[in-house]
Design a protein around this ligand. Structure first.
Ligand code: FAD
Length: 465
């Protein structure tokens, strides 16, 4: 007998869990969640690193203290997540140059001031381009119009800290019209809270799942959540969906919601019968999946500056983005002696392909420049590989230049019984946890309209400009 459900949800990250919860809230309980890994959370994932919980994926609740309340902030408060407010204001006092000299504020401040003025200009320019329906340009083009071309190691490091550190791709490839001003900070406020909880950031989606899935104490025992099911093939027609997983199981449903990342959609991990239409595949390929890598190091003792205002520091190198952005965890985990450096994009790809030993060697060369030859070797290093991981294919999405809202509508448009969700389907908040959360609700509500009220809007390429 063929086991069949009304909806199969692929992926149990924030968006997949919220899609299932939304169906459940609307009385549709006949669903099945297929998740490739052995846990809920997806890109919200932590690990034990030398006795401390570190977040390999999402780390901050971004956008707090503004005119609207970020839904993730509400949940973090409800579940009493341990967090610390990040203070980025002092970073201009914590810049080390190529030789490792800590630069005085008098030397760095004029450069930060120009970067600030340029960013304000870009916000205004973007609003104006949007208001007049003008063609999109890159952030770099906008910077040139302002008269800023970051070429010195200091200006490149500042530029990196303003843009790449947030969007994980360089300004050169990034859409001005869609990225600035960042809707997350406009809507929810400028504050950012760093999650440093033993239970991990994924405690939020795990708790949300317990709202509607059967569980005993902390453990979910509901048969509607199936872990370690890697979806490899999807057949679909007006009659329904047939899904095959890597362990040769087959599942049937009337509809499916795909919450896998854009990186997975771009790859050939899942095959489709019939193939997805050209307009859909082209949209996947047009949009960017960026890479953001936090490399953690544990030392026997601290040799970097600690105390108020030292949490973040920059290293300026001739090569843009070469181990530029550093953060220590002495505020969050005093005595942990853990520090991490964030790399992105091409540097992430390069580092993912070399051994951790090689990466450690490069990092130690930088740290010795900054803090002297006598600093100790690290006891432990953690180098996440988001790009090489076939279940992610990168970290999160970024808007490339020239991709329009209409293109973006194709991203979330259903194809027959296949619905799409995930951070990449949130036009305002793509790349964020709250984007994934809101997207899961929105996609499920569209499907509820179809199932309950027969308002099924199949969008084909003809319906879209
Ligand atoms: P995912 O979490 O990727 O969920 C998709 C699920 O599908 C995964 O569980 C995956 O295992 C599963 N899956 C994939 N392929 C298959 C398959 N074939 N079959 C079955 N299951 C499959 N956001 C913030 O708000 N703040 C931050 O500080 C922040 N920092 C980040 C840092 C990093 C390094 C990364 C990677 C992301 C960061 N983000 C941050 C972004 C945030 O993590 C994501 O936007 C969000 O978690 C995505 O949720 P999702 O449900 O769309 O996708």
């Amino acid at each position: 007998p063929k086991e069949s459900s009304t909806v199969i949800i692929i992926g149990a990250g924030m968006s997949g869990i919220m899609a299932a919860k939304t169906l459940s809230d609307h009385g549709i309980n006949d669903f099945l969640i297929l998740e490739a890994t052995d846990k809920i959370g997806g890109r919200m994932v932590s690990t034990d690193f030398s006795g401390y919980t570190v977040e390999i994926g999402a780390n901050w609740v971004e956008g707090v203290g503004g005119k609207h309340v970020n839904p993730i902030w509400e949940l973090a408060k409800r579940y009493n997540l341990r967090m610390s407010k990040s203070n980025f204001d002092n970073i201009s006092s914590n810049v080390y140059n190529e030789e490792g000299r800590l630069l005085p504020l008098s030397e760095t401040k004029p450069h930060f001031d120009i970067a600030d003025a340029c960013q304000s200009y870009l916000d205004v320019l973007s609003n104006s381009l949007n208001a007049h329906d003008e063609e999109d340009i890159s952030l770099t083009t906008g910077q040139r119009l302002f008269g800023l071309i970051p070429t010195s190691p200091l200006d490149m490091a500042i530029d990196y800290s303003y843009y790449d550190f947030e969007i994980a791709e360089p300004p050169r490839v990034t859409s001005l019209k869609n990225v600035l001003p960042n809707p997350t900070f406009v809507e929810y406020g400028d504050d950012e809270y760093f999650v440093c909880d033993k239970r991990g950031y994924s405690y939020i989606p795990k708790q949300l799942a317990k709202d509607f899935l059967k569980h005993e104490n902390e453990i979910i025992i509901d048969p509607r959540l199936q872990l370690q099911k890697v979806v490899r093939h999807i057949e679909y027609s007006a009659n329904g969906v047939r899904i095959e997983t890597e362990d040769n199981s087959t599942f049937y449903s009337k509809y499916a919601i795909l919450s896998v990342s854009l990186g997975v959609l771009k790859s050939r991990l899942i095959t489709y019968q019939p193939d997805l239409p050209y307009w859909k595949i082209k949209t996947f390929y047009q949009f960017d999946m960026s890479i953001y890598t936090k490399i953690f190091l544990k030392f026997p003792y601290t040799f970097w500056l600690t105390g108020p205002g030292t949490e973040f520091f920059l290293y300026t190198d001739d090569s843009r983005g070469y181990y530029t952005y550093w953060q220590h965890l002495e505020n969050e985990y005093p005595g942990s002696n853990i520090i991490f450096v964030t790399v992105t994009d091409d540097e992430s790809r390069r580092i993912e392909q070399q051994s951790d030993e090689e990466t450690k060697g490069e990092i130690m060369q930088v740290l010795r420049k900054l803090f002297g030859k006598d600093i100790p070797e690290p006891e432990n290093i953690l180098v996440p590989r988001w790009w090489k991981n076939r279940l992610h294919g990168g970290s999160y999405t970024n808007w490339p230049i020239g991709v329009s809202e209409a293109d973006f509508d194709r991203m979330k448009a259903p194809v027959g019984p296949l619905y799409f969700t995930g951070e990449h389907t949130s036009s305002n908040f793509n790349g964020y946890v709250h984007g994934a959360y809101l997207a899961g609700i929105a996609t499920a509500e569209t499907l509820v309209d179809c199932i309950k009220y027969k308002k099924c809007k199949e969008i084909t390429s003809n319906d879209l400009p």
